[in-house]
Design a protein around this ligand. Structure first.
Ligand code: MG
Length: 361
C-alpha cells in the first residue's frame, strides 16, 4: 500500500471564549488539515495549527513545507515502511515541526487503519481512557474565578491556570481560584515563559507558603534559558514542567541531564509528530521522568492523535488535551469520545476520525 496523494485543506472553528495566554490572544481555531491517500483508496488525516509565537510555523510555511518538501520526499513510499517514511521526512526539511506533525499523524493514522487497529493499540497501549485538565485563560481575577467554577461544574477536576502576563497579580489569581474551587481540585499553573528566574522563585515560593497546593508550574521562564529553568527547579519544591524548552529528543536529554525541570510536556506540534514523541517517551522513562501531553489550539483531529499517544504510554501521566473542549462545535465524525474531562478511546481503526468536512486540494 503506497502513498499516492497528499492534499491540504483548512478548518476553522470558533472558540467558546477567547484563548488568552502570556503570549497571545486567539478567538478561533484555523488549522491546516492533511489528507494522505494510499493507492488502495484508504485515507489518513492529520492537522496542524500555525502557532507562530511558539513553533515559528505559519499557515504559509506549513503549506510550503508539505507541498514542496515533504510530499515529494515520501510520495510513492510503502505505508508499512513507517520508519523509512519518517526518516525521509526528517531529512527533507529542517524544523517546520507543525507541518511534520500533520503529515506524521496522517501517516500513523493510515498505518494503523491498514492494520485494522486503533492507533493507541498499535503504539502499545492498554489504557482506553484518559483524563484531561481544562485551561483557564489569563484575565482579571473575577473572570478567571468564574471560568474555573464553570469548568468544575462541567466535571473538570484538574485546572491549568494561565498566568505570567501581568506579573504582579499572579499569586492573587491562584489564591482566588483555590478559594473558589476548594481543595479537591488539582491546580496546575502555566506561566508561558512570563517570569524572570528570580521572580518565578519568589512567586512559586509565595504559592507554597500560602499552602495553595500546586501540582506543577509549567515553563516559568524563557524557553532558551536552561540555566534559569534550572535555577527555578532547584529553588522551589513545586515540580517544574518544561514546555517551550523541549521540542526534540535532544532538548529532552539536555533538560534531564541539566536537571533543568522535573517533568516534560510533549506536544506533537513541537516534536514534529508521534515518531519523535515516542523517542522522548523512551528517554524520559529511562530517567524516571514523567511526561504530560499537551496541545496547541488544535481541533479534535490533532488532539485525538495526541490522545492515542497518551493512552499508549504509561510514562505520560498528565494530560492537557482540552482543545476540543474549547471549540464551539465538533465538525468531525468518529474518533475518541471527548466528554468533559474524559477522553474515551474507541475500537475504530487508526485515529478513528472518519469524516473530515474540509475541501482538499
Ligand atoms: Mg504550556
Amino acid at each position: 500500500m503506497r502513498i499516492q496523494k497528499i492534499e491540504l485543506g483548512e478548518i476553522r472553528i470558533p472558540l467558546v471564549t477567547p484563548f488568552r495566554t502570556a503570549l497571545r490572544t486567539v478567538t478561533e481555531i484555523r488549522d491546516i488539515v492533511v489528507r494522505i491517500t494510499a493507492d488502495d483508496g484508504q485515507a489518513g488525516y492529520g492537522e496542524a495549527p500555525a502557532t507562530a509565537v511558539i513553533t515559528g510555523d505559519t499557515w504559509g510555511s506549513i503549506e510550503t513545507a508539505i507541498r514542496e518538501f515533504i510530499a515529494p520526499a515520501i510520495l510513492g513510499m510503502d505505508i508499512e515502511d513507517i520508519d523509512g517514511i519518517m526518516r525521509r521526512m526528517q531529512k527533507a526539511i529542517l524544523k517546520n515541526t507543525s507541518a511534520k506533525a500533520a503529515v506524521d499523524m496522517a501517516v500513523y493514522d493510515l498505518y494503523a487503519r491498514n492494520l485494522g487497529r486503533p492507533l493507541y493499540k498499535v503504539l502499545g497501549g492498554g489504557s482506553d481512557s484518559i483524563e484531561t485538565d481544562l485551561t483557564i485563560s489569563v484575565n482579571d481575577v473575577s473572570q478567571m474565578v468564574e471560568d474555573a467554577l464553570r469548568g468544575v461544574e462541567q466535571g473538570f477536576r484538574i485546572l491549568k491556570v494561565k498566568v505570567g502576563k501581568e506579573g504582579k497579580g499572579d499569586v492573587e489569581r491562584i489564591q482566588a481560584i483555590r478559594q473558589a474551587v476548594g481543595e479537591n481540585v488539582v491546580i496546575r499553573v502555566d506561566a508561558n515563559q512570563g517570569w524572570a528566574p528570580k521572580e518565578a522563585v519568589r512567586i512559586i515560593r509565595s504559592l507554597e507558603d500560602k499552602g495553595l497546593d500546586i501540582d506543577l508550574v509549567e515553563q516559568p521562564v524563557n524557553a532558551h534559558d536552561f540555566a534559569g529553568m534550572k535555577f527555578v527547579t532547584a529553588n522551589v519544591s513545586t515540580p517544574v514542567l518544561a514546555d517551550e524548552s523541549v521540542f526534540s529528543s535532544q532538548d529532552a536529554i539536555r533538560i534531564i541531564e541539566e536537571r533543568a525541570a522535573d517533568l516534560i510536556n510533549i506536544k506533537l506540534m513541537k516534536t514534529g509528530g508521534i515518531y519523535e514523541a515516542l523517542k522522548i517517551c523512551g528517554i524520559a522513562e529511562s530517567f524516571g521522568v514523567e511526561c504530560m501531553t499537551g496541545c496547541m489550539l488544535e481541533s479534535k483531529l490533532a488532539v485525538s492523535a495526541a490522545a492515542h499517544l497518551a493512552a499508549a504510554k504509561g510514562v505520560i501521566t498528565r494530560h492537557d488535551l482540552d482543545g476540543p473542549a474549547l471549540c464551539s462545535t465538533d465538525p468531525y465524525e468518529g474518533g475518541p469520545v471527548f466528554e468533559g474531562p474524559r477522553i474515551r478511546m474507541t475500537g475504530q481503526p487508526g485515529i478513528g476520525i472518519g469524516k473530515v468536512p474540509v475541501e482538499f486540494r
